[in-house]
Design a protein around this ligand. Structure first.
Ligand SMILES: C[S@@+](CC[C@H](N)C(=O)[O-])C[C@H]1O[C@@H](n2cnc3c(N)ncnc32)[C@H](O)[C@@H]1O
Length: 205
């Protein structure tokens, strides 16, 4: 791992992801989590302050130990146990039907095989379990989408593997979820990066 990926990128991610608009989105969605929660790409644990009193335990999956070092001080005050699992989400070392809620925020863009990771999330969720998501991805405007595709190879290199052009709702449905609520639209910031998919999905029976 190079110096940029080890020292610069984790601090940059923590800083950028603390912006006001994203924080407001977290505050709206994360309180819907309850029971045993599986958070994919826990990063620097910016969602943790928004989990409510019905959360019993949190498993945070993320390959980045550097981000977890930043996260540790944030999880110290949590009112539930938090277990960090240092791995990629395509293979989650938890039993089937362990979690009541799964959470992904600004993460499906980066997981190399997001479809496979969503399959793992579905396996680890209990029947009737819910997936809460806030993700950025492919914009509906052909002009914006064309630029997302064009810039993707360069962006992926500087942004730790992040892809600009994933169609998040299709990925979720293809993995066997039924989306029960979704809001799509541009948030703050450049259109290439700010088209958000926010919502809830359930394991399809
Ligand atoms: C833009 S950050 C978002 C962090 C956090 N979810 C948030 O909302 O602030 C993307 C996160 O995805 C994580 N990530 C990258 N590859 C991953 C993988 N294969 N499996 C799980 N998480 C991954 C990164 O380490 C990072 O924490």
């Amino acid at each position: 791992m190079g110096l940029y990926a080890r020292y610069v990128l984790p601090r940059l991610i923590d800083l950028v992801m603390r912006n006001k608009a994203d924080t407001a989105e977290r505050a709206k969605l994360i309180p819907f989590a309850s029971g045993v929660v599986l958070e994919i790409g826990i990063g620097s644990a910016l969602n943790v302050p928004y989990y409510g009193s019905t959360v019993k335990r949190l498993y945070g999956v993320d390959p980045s130990r550097e981000l977890w070092k930043i996260a540790r001080r944030r999880v110290r005050d949590a009112s539930f146990p938090v277990e960090f699992i240092a791995t990629s989400a395509e293979r989650i070392p938890l039993d089937d039907a362990t979690a009541d809620t799964a959470v992904t925020t600004w993460t499906l863009c980066t997981i190399p095989d997001a479809g496979r990771a969503l399959g793992e999330i579905r396996r680890v969720l209990k029947p009737g379990g819910r997936l809460l998501f806030i993700e950025h991805g492919r914009a509906p405007d052909p002009g914006v989408e064309a630029w997302q595709r064009r810039l993707n190879p360069v962006w992926r290199t500087v942004a730790g593997g992040c892809n600009l052009d994933r169609k998040i709702d299709d990925l979720i449905v293809r993995a066997g979820f039924q989306i029960t609520r979704i809001d799509r639209g541009y948030g703050d910031g450049p259109k290439l990066l700010s088209y958000l998919y926010k919502g809830l999905a359930e394991v399809r029976g």
